[in-house]
Structure formats: C-alpha cells, structure tokens
Ligand binder design. Structure first.
Ligand code: DAH
Length: 357
C-alpha cells in the first residue's frame, strides 16, 4: 500500500510541476501510458489471489483515476494559461492611430477625363462610348479618309489579322469613329463627347502606343465656327481654371473637317516648365473643325439641312500640361511611387461648382 501512496504522490507532483503541454504529455505517457508506471502495476495483479487482486486492483484503478483527473486539470490550466499569454501578446489597442498603409489613387488620366466630362456636362454634352476594336469604315472611310491616306498604313495603325471575309479589324487610332456611330444611331440635334482609349504604333516622350482622347461632336441647324470657338475657349478656360488663357486657332487639315484648325494655348516655356496663361510661346492642344459634308452624307445626314463641328484632344497630354508631368510614358508604367505622387483622391470627384482639381 505504501508503494502506491508514494507513487501517487510522486506522479501528482510531476503533474503539478509540468511547465508546459509537452512536459505534461511526457508525464502522462510515463504514468498512464501503455508502458507507464500504472500499467506496470496492473500487470502484477495476475500473480495475486482473487481477493488480493480485487483489493489491489481497486486501489490501482483509484490511483489511475486520480492521476488522470490531475492530468486533465493540469492540461486545462496550461491551455488556459497559454491562451491568456497569446491574448496578452497579440492585444491590439484599437484606440491607437492606424499605421500608414498605401492607398489607391485615381490615375491622372482618369481624373482629367472626369474633369473634361464635368465641364462638357455643364455645356449640355452627353457621353457616348464605343468599341476600342473598330473597322475600316468607322475609323477611316466614313470619316472621309482617301483610300491611300498614310494614316491607314501599318506604320500608324495596329491591324488585326484579316477575318474569314478578308476584313481587317483595327485598334481605333482616334475617338472620331464615335462621331460616325453616333450620327448613324441618332438624329440631330446631337451634342456628345466621347472619351476613350486610342492606339497608334508610336512611342517617345510625348507618344505612347495606347493613349486617351476625348472627341466632341455637335450637329444641329445653323451651326458655325463661332459656336466651335466659344465652346473650345470656354472649355480651355475652365479646364486650366484660368480666365486669362489665350487660344489661337491655326488653319490645319483633317480629312473629316472643312475648314479645320488646330488650337494652341499661349504659354511660357522659359523656366524649363510650361506655364499656361502667360508668356509668348504657343502649345498645340487639340484639333477641330466643321464636320465635312462627306462625313455627314456617309452617316445619312443631309449636309444642306444640318451642319456641325467636331473636335478631338489628347487627354493624357492635357493632363501632363495641367499637372506638370514630364514624360507621357511614365503614365502607363504602373510605378506605384509615380501613381501615389501624381494620383488623386478617390473622394475628390471633379465638380465645376466646387472646383475641378
Ligand atoms: N481625330 C484627330 C486625331 O486623332 C483629332 C481630331 C481633329 C478630331 C479634328 C476631330 C477633329 O473631331 O475635328 O488626331
């Protein structure tokens, strides 16, 4: 009997002394495991008389149960202690300021597009969007490009492989095909702008193979160059947020307009930067003109009844000018440092009433 008392005291002391779960498990195996001390005791029962076996068996089982209970209690206590330790170690003080994390920003091109849409919306223009993949008719033919016009050549245009019918689709080289799509789908009066992606096989400091344009189109009765000039001058002043901006309409050629003009803004390039609204230099910012009668006819509109003007401008280039970005290629390099430097807050949507930028 004394050996059992000693063994129990010893085992309970070991259980109590186990400092962690793995130490406790080692004690469990040594005490009540298959090869453990209690199993060894049980094996000795076979050599006893039935009476002795009953008494001693009961004592050994009692010992085993008490040791097992102590093991369970100790395990529960150690697990609770471990949980408390982790909770204390991983505690977060939610009242502390959050650490700085990089947030997304609105790309300058999208900001500038939204600014343009906001300005033209106040002038009564709707937004018309169309496909990036175009056909020859909408991109060139209906816009009065002569059959051998150089802009149709591989040099400028990304063509797809010819399809079963021998037709070569292309990535639109400008947003002007939306003039054609709109005039075919809608009756005048028409007043739309069409923002979107455009593609040309070109890359240098001021050209990227993918860029963005906003096209404008107004078709109605008695429309003349005066309407065009007022609309664009109003746009330029609001876009650059500067009433002093001076514009210059320079004669030019586009197949789809007659007469055609390029618009320059007065600027100062002397300090290495371009400053709008001062100086003696000029910078070209857009193309425009009166819609060519052939274009109206190709879209089913009678040029003797309706006239219109159109314009097209590079969104990225206007963004470079307004926000001082030196290289167009950086715009599409996906460098997060550039994006967080030049990007805009998603909460500051352009609004002509409260300020554009
Ligand atoms: N489509 C021309 C281009 O990409 C821009 C343009 C010029 C559009 C004159 C027009 C326009 O609508 O009237 O270079």
């Amino acid at each position: 009997m004394t050996d059992l008392v000693t063994l129990e005291a010893d085992l309970l002391a070991q259980v109590a002394a186990a400092a962690d779960l793995s130490a406790l498990d080692a004690v469990r195996v040594a005490a009540v495991g298959k090869q453990g001390a209690v199993s060894a005791l049980l094996k000795t029962l076979g050599s006893l008389s039935p009476d002795e076996r009953r008494d001693r068996g009961g004592q050994i089982n009692g010992l085993r149960d008490r040791v097992q209970t102590a093991l369970n209690d100790r395990r529960a206590a150690l697990e609770t202690a471990e949980l408390d330790r982790r909770l204390a170690a991983e505690r977060l003080d939610l009242t502390l300021p959050a650490p700085h994390v990089r947030r997304g920003a609105v790309h300058p091109t999208m900001q500038v597009m939204d600014e343009m849409i906001a300005i033209f919306a106040t002038l009564g223009f709707a937004v018309a969007e169309g496909p990036d993949i175009e056909d020859d008719f909408h991109n060139f033919t209906a816009l009065n490009f002569p059959p051998k016009h150089p802009a149709r050549e591989m040099h400028d245009t990304f063509f797809f492989e010819p399809d079963d019918k021998g037709e070569r689709k292309l990535l639109r080289t400008h947003t002007s095909p939306m003039q054609v799509r709109t005039m075919i789908a809608q009756k005048p009066p028409i007043r739309i702008i069409s923002p979107g992606r455009t593609y040309r096989c070109d890359s240098d400091q001021t050209h990227t193979p993918m860029f963005h344009q906003v096209e404008g189109l107004v078709i109605d009765r008695n429309i003349h160059m005066g309407h065009l000039k007022w609309t664009l001058e109003t746009f330029v002043a609001r876009f650059f947020e500067n009433d002093q901006v001076t514009t210059r309409f320079r004669p030019h050629h586009f197949p789809f307009t007659e007469p055609s003009a390029e618009v320059d803004v007065q600027c100062d390039r002397s300090g290495g930067e371009i400053r709008i609204g001062q100086g003696t230099d000029w910078l070209e910012i857009l193309g425009c003109g009166m819609v060519h009668p052939n274009v109206l006819r190709a879209c089913g509109i009678d040029p003797d009844e309706f006239q219109g003007f159109a314009f097209g401008m590079g969104v990225d280039r206007l963004g470079m000018l307004k926000y001082g970005m030196p290289d167009l290629r950086d715009m599409f390099a996906s460098d997060v440092r550039w994006l967080s430097h030049y990007g805009f807050s998603a909460f500051a949507a352009p609004n002509p009433a409260s300020g554009l930028s």
